[in-house]
Write a protein that binds this ligand. Structure first.
Ligand SMILES: CC(C)(COP(=O)(O)OP(=O)(O)OC[C@H]1O[C@@H](n2cnc3c(N)ncnc32)[C@H](O)[C@@H]1OP(=O)(O)O)[C@@H](O)C(=O)NCCC(=O)NCCS
Length: 154
């Protein structure tokens, strides 16, 4: 089955919320996702099976902001039953590709130090681990700030 990455609409929100709740102990709320859909600098991408936009429930999603010349990845999650199938890689590749077309210089994100899978995904995409933010996610839960320099010149 072909995996297609497309922009999310409000009709995707129930499925996005389901994936979010399966992926995170402290998930975003439905209202948070609704707000993201309304923000002009925010974009949610979904990866879904099928050729047609009407076909297929999302198996994963990504949320990013474009602010000034920076792209910030706020959230990426894949249905646990669909992991290790390249879905996160497809979503990240799309977001990075879009950033390049908009002459964005830097893609940033924060990841839990304990999140081996996500850190490995980002390293595979050539992100560098830049800084540690101690206790960012709560006591003992440090964040690592990761950056990908795109080096585009306008
Ligand atoms: C992290 C996450 C998004 C990866 O999604 P995925 O679709 O399974 O990832 P992909 O199949 O695209 O994997 C791409 C690469 O990431 C790395 N990776 C993914 N899962 C991994 C794991 N469990 N252990 C180690 N490396 C992993 C590998 O390098 C992998 O390449 P490979 O399969 O060729 O070895 C997924 O595990 C997830 O939803 N986790 C919970 C939510 C989360 O932590 N999000 C990130 C918040 S910063």
């Amino acid at each position: 089955m072909t995996m297609k990455v497309r922009e999310a609409t409000s009709r995707d929100l129930p499925r996005i919320l389901e994936i979010e709740r399966l992926a995170f102990a402290q998930p975003w709320s439905l209202d948070s996702f609704r707000r993201e859909l309304l923000l002009p600098f925010s974009r949610i991408l979904v990866a879904a099976d099928g050729q047609s936009e009407a076909v297929g429930q999302p198996a994963g999603f990504l949320c990013r902001w474009l602010v000034a010349d920076e792209c910030h990845i706020l959230n990426v999650a894949v249905d646990p039953e669909r992991r290790r199938g390249g879905i996160a890689m497809a979503l990240m590749t799309e977001a990075i590709g879009e950033a390049k077309t908009k002459y964005i210089h830097l893609v940033t994100l924060e990841v839990r130090r304990s999140n081996v899978a996500a850190r490995s995904l980002y390293r595979k995409l050539n992100f560098n681990e830049r800084r540690l933010r101690a206790n960012y996610y709560g006591p003992g839960e440090d964040a690592i700030v990761m950056e990908l320099h795109l080096g585009g010149v306008r």
